[in-house]
Ligand binder design. Structure first.
Ligand code: PLP
Ligand code: LYS
Length: 417
């Protein structure tokens, strides 16, 4: 996080004062640090350097093609969940051979696109999907490289909305039923079994669930081997958490060590699908205070960013630190709700938060907003989505323009009747 730092009283991203970005680009906007993105990727990927592996960035966390292009140049593969994400990945210049494709609802159109592009592996999430991929590959005269996404039924001990590897979740195929599906797949003409996959949840702060899941996968893999089904790729998904407030997630090195320890003397190429840990703390949402409002019960800071720009606080009750862009030691702190202009009581970025006393016009940085920030943004209340900026050293560039009002209606038509 040290690429977002105070120089004197001013908050900078690398060598650029956030105030300058706000003045030139306006607010709200997302600001990403090139140096942090690079460091996070290199630390994570480097932690696995002792084993054959491919780090496939989870595109859903931040899908700006500028970000994808940077990670791709650092050697990243990509974990996608839609045709749209594949399109972005290809537009960012990343070879399809570095792409793994997860998701419970792949359509024919998406499957065909991924087959034609020649992705590395489909992570299959149901028996029907396996059938469909086999028949589409046959129709196109291709062979589909597949893994089955196994649901290992481990509790990731994270927010219930973002746990994915429990029996009750919609994801993957039950670990006990997976064997049968692999046997079925092994008899299909147009698929080639290349891997085993799982992903158990997001923002995990303990290693134990990862290790438990891996152990269950190992049992499955040895049963497969008994049946003469051999895999090349072992995809362990993403999910490593980051510090937003006081969390103490394992360091990527500890995470890698725990996994590699379990895999001693195995021949598999490890695939990892980290999202948040690469981009989360590489970005902030820059916003300006529009009004302050004292009510009989509390004080509100009404800012120009809202739940449509960053939905995590509203959706999960997530904590994002909020820092003043200009520190004022004399101002003191006060407890406020930081809210946006949207017509929902659930539209808040922070509640009952002690922050530096602010007045209208002040700039605030909502920290740790690089993951699941812009990608989950919407146009609710007909708010144009914010700009995205990448900073490198003393320069910065807009990597996504702010939407205009014209953009809001571009695809709409008034019907002839
Ligand atoms: C299949 C899959 N892979 C990878 C990820 C990335 O997760 P995270 O951002 O927590 O690393 C997700 C989202 O949780 C996912 O659903
Ligand atoms: N969007 C969620 C994480 C879900 C991950 C999707 N696989 C978040 O902001 O924390």
């Amino acid at each position: 996080m040290h690429h977002f730092h105070y120089v004197g009283k001013e908050l900078y991203c690398e060598e650029v004062p956030l105030k300058r970005i706000a003045a030139e680009v306006g607010t709200p906007c997302y600001v990403y640090s090139y140096a942090t993105l690079t460091r996070h990727f290199e630390v994570f990927d480097g932690a696995f350097s002792s084993v054959p592996h491919l780090t496939c960035f989870a595109v859903k966390a931040n899908s700006n093609i500028g970000v994808l292009n940077l990670l791709g140049r650092l050697g990243a593969g990509m974990d996608i969940v839609s045709g749209g994400e594949l399109f972005r990945v290809r537009r960012a210049g990343i070879p399809a051979k570095r792409v793994v494709y997860s998701g419970v609802g792949k359509t024919v159109e998406e499957i065909d696109y991924a087959l034609r592009e020649g992705i590395l592996m489909f992570n299959i999430e149901s028996a029907e999907e396996l059938e469909l991929i086999n028949s589409r590959a046959g129709a196109l005269g291709l062979k589909a490289p597949v893994a089955i996404r196994v649901n290992p039924d481990v509790d990731p001990q994270t927010h219930p909305y973002i746990s994915t590897g429990l029996k009750k979740n919609k994801f993957g195929i039950d670990v006990d039923l997976a064997l049968k599906e692999y046997e079925r797949a092994s008899k299909l003409e147009n698929v080639e079994i290349v891997g085993v996959d799982c992903h158990i949840g997001s923002q995990l702060t303990e290693l134990a669930p990862f290790v438990d899941a891996l152990r269950r996968l190992k049992v499955l893999i040895s049963r497969l081997e008994e049946r003469n089904i051999h895999i090349k790729y072992l995809d362990l998904g993403g999910g490593l958490g980051i510090p937003y407030q006081s969390e103490t997630p394992p360091h990527p090195r500890e995470y890698a060590e725990a996994l590699i320890n379990e895999l001693r003397n195995t021949p598999y190429t490890l695939i990892l699908e980290p999202g948040r840990v690469i981009v989360g703390n590489a970005g902030v949402l820059l916003t300006r205070v529009l009004y302050t409002k004292q009510t009989p019960s509390k004080k509100f800071l009404i800012v120009d960013a809202a739940m449509n720009d960053l939905i995590r606080p509203s959706l999960y009750g997530s904590y994002h630190a909020i820092r003043p862009v200009i520190k004022n030691d004399e101002a003191g702190e006060e407890v406020v709700d930081v809210v946006g202009p949207i017509c929902e009581s659930g539209d808040f970025l922070a509640r009952e938060r002690a922050i530096q006393k602010s007045t209208s016009g002040d700039l605030l940085a909502v920290m740790s907003a690089g993951a699941y920030g812009f990608t989950m943004a919407s146009n609710y209340n007909s708010r144009p989505r914010p700009a995205e900026i990448m900073v490198k050293g003393s320069s910065f560039e807009v990597i996504r323009e702010r939407e205009s009002w014209e953009d809001l209606v571009r695809l709409e038509r008034i019907p002839s009747f």
